[in-house]
Design a protein around this ligand. Structure first.
Ligand SMILES: Nc1ncnc2c1ncn2[C@@H]1O[C@H](COP(=O)(O)OP(=O)(O)O)[C@@H](O)[C@H]1O
Ligand SMILES: [Mg+2]
Length: 394
């Protein structure tokens, strides 16, 4: 996958004279050291990350960890102290004013937590607002604004005034305004954080739904780990201006790597987070005959082997320990039919419900091919003990 946005060794010290602070950071000093010695605040301390095109990339961390500073550096609302930001092949830090204006209007749009609507303009006019700066004609602008209001489910509210809308609807207008610009990168800084839990969950679902068709590259900033897990394809976790962990939601929960990160993962509902594909053991062909193929886990004598026919239909299972007999030429023994198959995307909470009726669970890919196996112990370990003792309390 190509990277849409690439950040390399980005530093931000809030000062006109950051030189001394920068030297300290490069020698390994941290944010607290720099503050003590120079009185200057470190916003970002050597942050590098890559955002693949089409990703929903989450920046997560406690308040003051540098999330907004990072977001604001990307379109230089904050001027980086050093480092590189590449948007495709545009070097953001080297842009002159005209170049920067073009990027802000056409390439990157931002949605903030406290999104300010113009109180005396109708909803549709608020959405049009950013388009005027791009030199669109007024009829084009209106058409575009009405389209995106339709997309975010506010078509009927186009002619209302902002004060007639609920908080959630106003935030939707903010989203509509960002979508209207057609920018392929969207930065959402705590965009849902001020919303009530129910409306917030609705907006999250809405964003996931929109993302399936829009396929934008979204940098989503949040201090809420649950939100990061729900929305993110990847998560970067920040602390004291540093990026301390980066990866897929599942990998971060499984291997937090530090007490700081583990503290966020403690209350995660693993049964909903993990799916069959990320928990299975892969199956490989162990033995082929003209009329059937035996699939089992490599190098493992325990567990169940699956027997499929040449059309890849599962015929049944047998204990993997019996494969050796088949190798010696024995005929296929009676197979157990106590198996079930689930797709790779099946959540473990749904898989767990199948044990009891099935001894073995096969996992199939999107083409219906059997690719893996799950056993009860494996699923229980993943759902339960696994992460809960991943690290001590902070
Ligand atoms: N304009 C500024 N001047 C000085 N310090 C700032 C400024 N903006 C942010 N900071 C400091 O930079 C650090 C990171 O802030 P911020 O990026 O807003 O954190 P977050 O968004 O994760 O809550 C904090 O210590 C904050 O006080
Ligand atoms: Mg912030």
């Amino acid at each position: 996958m190509t990277d849409r946005l690439k950040i390399e060794h980005l530093y931000k010290v809030f000062s006109d004279r950051p030189e001394a602070a920068m030297k300290m950071l490069e020698r390994g000093a941290n944010k607290a050291d720099v503050l003590r010695e120079t009185g200057q605040v470190v916003g970002l301390d050597d942050v590098s990350l890559s955002v693949p095109a089409g990703a929903m990339y989450m920046i997560m961390g406690l308040s003051g960890s540098g999330k907004s500073t990072l977001a604001r550096c990307v379109n230089r609302l904050n001027e980086p102290s050093s480092g590189q930001i590449l948007l495709d092949d545009i070097d953001i830090c080297k842009l002159n004013e005209a170049g920067l204006r073009d990027v802000r209007r056409n390439r990157i749009s931002m949605v903030f937590q406290h999104f300010a609507l113009l109180p005396n303009r109708r909803v549709v006019e608020n959405v049009e607002f950013g388009l005027k700066l791009r030199g669109m004609s007024s009829s084009e602008r209106r058409k575009r604004a009405e389209q995106v209001l339709e997309v975010v489910g506010l078509a009927r509210w186009a002619q209302k005034m902002p004060h007639e809308l609920s908080g959630g609807m106003r935030q939707r207008v903010g989203l509509a305004r960002a979508l209207a610009t057609d920018a392929d990168v969207l930065i959402m800084d705590e965009a849902f954080s001020a919303l009530d839990p129910l409306i917030r969950a609705e907006m999250q679902d809405e964003l996931l739904r929109l993302q399936r068709t829009l396929n934008k590259t979204i940098l989503f900033i949040t201090h809420d780990f649950q939100e990061a897990l729900k929305l993110g394809t990847r998560i970067a976790i920040m602390s004291e201006g540093k990026l301390v962990r980066e990866g897929t939601p599942q990998s971060i929960v499984l291997q937090p790597g530090s007490d700081y990160v583990a503290a966020f993962t403690r209350d995660v509902d693993r049964a909903r987070l993990f799916n069959a594909g990320s928990s299975m053991t892969s199956l490989v062909p162990m033995l082929k005959r003209d009329e059937f193929i035996v699939l089992a886990c490599e190098g493992e004598a325990g567990g169940q082997a699956f027997v499929i026919d040449t059309d890849e239909h599962v015929l049944g299972t047998l204990p993997a320990a019996r494969i050796a007999e088949l190798r010696d030429g024995a005929p296929l023994p009676p197979l157990s039919a106590a198996f079930a198959c689930v797709p790779t995307q099946a959540r473990l909470i749904d898989v767990a419900a199948k044990f009891g009726r099935a001894d073995a669970i096969g996992v199939t890919d999107e083409t219906g091919r059997l690719v893996g196996r799950l056993e009860a112990g494996q699923v229980l370990a993943r759902i339960g003990a696994d992460g809960a003792n991943g690290a001590s309390h902070v």
